[in-house]
Write a protein that binds this ligand. Structure first.
Ligand code: FAD
Ligand code: SIN
Length: 533
């Protein structure tokens, strides 16, 4: 046992838009640690393509953005939170530009130098600000550069947070955050870090599925850690599947932005027929749950491995200038999108549920905040509208940055936390258990808890989770932990929360569709699914 505990005012777990947005908005006198389990840039933020929604067009209105968000969320959005987020759209874009993020401007002579706005599913107007088709990279790079230059911020790359440490506040009886245990994955040592305030900005849990647009870090760690520490979570049944990921054995579910459909891309069957108008009058630009389900339906009906996304009717100049990164990546897989329809399939993309927070990002544990995709704020309801996610990251980073200094002023320094005890565990000779269970979990989640569900399939998945949990607990008690093992442990927890929430919702709404209850049941289920540890 060793004690080399580090101490900070604020620990931020995660270095995507949410984590970096918070770090850069907190006052400079605070000592901040940012932990990232891979390199700083490796998170969903870096891969975001389409953009960020904000009302900037003269014809558009905040009301319209709110109505569209609420419509996509099928009755479950919290109106006060929608109002908060939507009304901070312009301010968030201004903040990014002030922090050196460069967005695409219009090529049209009438509106030259104005930001170019693209369109995506569910939006009634062009309101998506973007940096060509690599918006996330533009944000991540600019914010990385600023964060590394700040003397009050210490960055820990390749540091995987294992668990949160809490203590009971004797006066209030409420649980309070004290810090966390961290695995330095390069040196393979575990140490503790303490702080009166910890913020989870760990992203989503889409790696729980076999096919996902997300990078490897999206393993639901923040949701699982908060759950183990005693926080409530909500709406985990609403896992979003993006309709169009490239179907190619080496493409690893590479995303083809919804903006391609926003700029005229059509979904077609192998014989060239369009099918989306048969499912929704908004056709290719219906919200994602509808488009993904329609594709799944057509693939199953015809027994085909993919459908196709065709933008070849636009000029090559247009496509190359709007989608330079997509054009190049698709070429590397042998597809020229200026000429060929792209084979596409749905893949897991976004976690609408998460750790319950208030409007400041504060959770059930005093001093513990959750912002970005890890959080459940009430914005997305049963289905997130495209490009509302990075906006949510930035708005809640700002909200938390205002609340955290107030919280710190009124809170005592965090108590000492116990050093990590490694004395009773040995090196594992059973690493195969981890890789086998990882593959099994992701396969049965895809097969049984995917776009179309049934109670029987959910129960089957639940049964397998129970077995996996037993093996994981056994492993955790006996062996040195590795990053792969920690991620598996968190994925199993996230999967169980998804299945339990899905079993509770005996209706179909938004992203949760079950053949046993195919209709919307507003009378009994127009409410969030809240799980308590
Ligand atoms: P992330 O950016 O995912 O960052 C998570 C961070 O947490 C990482 O640094 C990771 O290392 C760290 N972390 C996780 N667990 C641990 C741990 N245990 N210990 C230490 N660190 C940990 N949304 C939009 O609004 N517009 C778009 O155009 C858009 N396009 C997208 C395209 C793709 C391909 C993908 C995958 C997503 C897209 N999204 C888009 C969704 C959006 O990108 C994400 O929801 C958002 O970026 C999440 O940001 P975040 O800061 O919450 O998490
Ligand atoms: C995309 O570009 O299609 C992704 C947008 C999003 O997930 O919000």
């Amino acid at each position: 046992m060793s004690d080399n505990t580090l101490s900070y005012d604020v620990i931020i777990v995660g270095s995507g838009a949410a984590g970096l947005g918070l770090a850069l908005s907190l006052p400079d006198h605070l000592e901040i640690a940012i932990l990232s389990k891979s390199s700083m840039s490796e998170g969903s933020t870096n891969y975001a393509q389409g953009g960020i929604s904000a009302v900037l067009d003269d014809e558009d209105s905040l009301d319209s953005h709110q109505v569209d968000t609420i419509k996509a969320g099928v009755g479950l959005c919290h109106n006060d939170i929608v109002d908060l987020v939507v009304s901070h759209g312009k301010a968030s874009i201004d903040w990014l530009m002030a922090n050196n993020v460069q967005f695409s401007t219009s090529k049209d002579t009438h509106s030259k130098n104005k930001l170019h706005l693209t369109k995506e599913g569910g939006h009634s107007f062009r309101r998506v600000v973007h940096a060509n088709d690599s918006t996330g990279r533009a944000i991540q790079t600019a914010l990385n550069d600023l964060v590394v230059s700040k003397p009050n911020i210490k960055i820990f790359e390749h540091h995987n947070v294992i668990d949160l440490v809490t203590s009971d506040d004797k006066l209030s009886g409420q649980s309070a955050i004290a810090g966390c245990y961290v695995l330095d994955t390069k040196k393979d040592v575990i140490f503790s870090m303490k702080a009166p305030c910890v913020t989870l900005a760990t992203g989503g849990a889409s790696k729980v599925y076999l096919y996902t647009s997300n990078p490897d870090v999206s393993t639901g760690d923040g949701i699982a850690m908060a759950w183990r520490a005693g926080c409530r979570v909500a709406n985990m049944e609403f896992m979003q599947f993006h309709p169009t990921c490239l179907f190619h054995p080496e493409a690893k579910s590479f995303l083809i932005s919804e903006a391609v459909r926003g700029e005229g891309g059509l979904l077609i069957l192998p014989d060239g027929t369009r099918f989306m108008p048969n499912f929704d009058k908004r056709a290719e630009l219906a919200p994602r749950d509808i488009v993904a389900r329609a594709i799944d339906h057509e693939m199953k009906r015809l027994g085909i491995p993919s459908v196709f996304l065709d933008i070849s009717h636009r000029t090559a100049k247009f496509t190359k200038s709007h989608f330079p990164m997509l054009h190049e990546r698709c070429l590397s897989f042998g597809f020229d999108m200026t000429k060929d329809p792209l084979p596409v399939v749905p893949a897991a993309h976004y976690t609408c549920g998460g750790v319950i927070t208030d409007k400041n990002g504060s959770t059930d544990i005093a001093g513990l905040y959750a912002i970005g995709e890890v959080a459940f704020t009430g914005l997305h309801g049963a289905n997130r509208m495209a490009s509302n996610s990075i906006l949510e990251c930035l708005v809640f980073a700002k909200q938390a940055s205002i609340d955290i200094p107030k919280f710190l002023k009124n809170s005592a320094r965090s108590p000492n936390i116990k050093a990590w005890d490694n004395s009773k565990v040995i090196d594992s000779d059973e690493a195969i258990v981890v890789s086998h269970n990882w593959a099994e979990l992701r396969q049965f989640m895809w097969d049984y808890v995917g776009i179309v569900r049934t109670t029987k399939r959910l129960q089957r998945a639940k049964h397998r989770i129970t077995l996996l949990k037993r093996e994981i607990e056994d492993y955790y008690g006996n062996f040195h932990v590795t990053s792969d093992f920690l991620e598996l442990r968190n994925l199993v927890t996230a999967a169980e929360l998804i299945i339990d929430s899905a079993l509770l919702r005996k209706e179909s709404r938004g992203l949760h569709y079950t053949l046993d209850f195919p209709d919307l049941d507003d009378k009994n289920f127009k409410k969030d699914t809240v799980l308590k540890p």
